[in-house]
Design a protein around this ligand. Structure first.
Ligand code: GRF
Length: 214
């Protein structure tokens, strides 16, 4: 399965996905990495791995729809079958999201549906939650919503700052995203009624993928 990864920044989740695709027997490969920001560090991560990159700078487009149309064109030209958002900081139009329905994944650094949006770790600390984590889900038009493929749990420790918590959650993200991607490329994550059912390789139903606290 040809994968397109969308980034806006550092690209550490991209690096984790590149690592996953390099595993023997992995049934997906990254065909293109696209950034909406020209200076994104993640572009270097892709280049170092020999993966084609493209910059589609949203500032060059008059509207969200024209940017999304160019993104869609570039992904299709690269033969992409599955999109992975990896720190992609753009809201996509409903039209784009619908075209890629159940073929676009996102990772979010909280246990959705808690703490959608930005400043997630600060908000988790302020709320006093004892466990947070990260979620891989199929993308829907509403931000940080959609059928959940897998989640990982991370404890909030006393004395945590948004930075220390973010670092611990990021570690979990780097484990979770490759595991979730593997299930999707193997066709083992089925969306039924806006929920994901995981299947074993023999077609029987599998237990939900929940990575315990790290
Ligand atoms: C990650 O925490 C991801 O969950 C969030 O943005 C961050 C991106 O980090 N959406 P990186 O670019 O993958 O290092």
């Amino acid at each position: 399965m040809k994968i397109g990864v969308l980034i806006s920044g550092r690209g550490s989740n991209l690096a984790a996905l590149i690592g996953a695709c390099a595993e023997p027997g992995f049934r997906g490969r990254i065909a293109v990495v696209i950034s909406n920001r020209p200076g994104a560090e993640g572009l270097k991560v892709a280049e170092a791995a020999g993966i084609p990159t493209q910059v589609i700078d949203h500032k060059n487009f008059a509207s969200r729809e024209t940017f999304d149309a160019e993104l869609d064109r570039a992904l299709r030209e690269a033969g992409v079958e599955l999109i992975c958002n990896a720190g992609f900081m753009r809201i996509l139009s409903d039209g784009f999201v619908d075209k890629w329905r159940n073929r676009q994944l996102n990772i979010h650094p909280s246990l959705l549906p808690a703490f959608k949006g930005l400043h997630v770790h600060q908000r988790a600390i302020e709320a006093g939650v004892k466990i947070t984590g990260c979620t891989v889900h199929f993308v829907r038009p509403e931000m940080d919503e959609g059928p959940i493929v897998a989640q990982a749990a991370v404890p909030v420790l006393s004395g945590d700052t948004p930075e220390t918590l973010a670092a611990r959650v990021l570690e979990a993200e780097h484990k979770l995203y490759p595991m979730a991607l593997k299930l999707v490329v193997e066709g083992r994550a089925r969306v039924v009624g806006e929920q994901v059912t995981l299947m074993e390789a023999d077609g029987t139903e599998a237990a939900p993928l929940f990575v315990p606290a790290i």
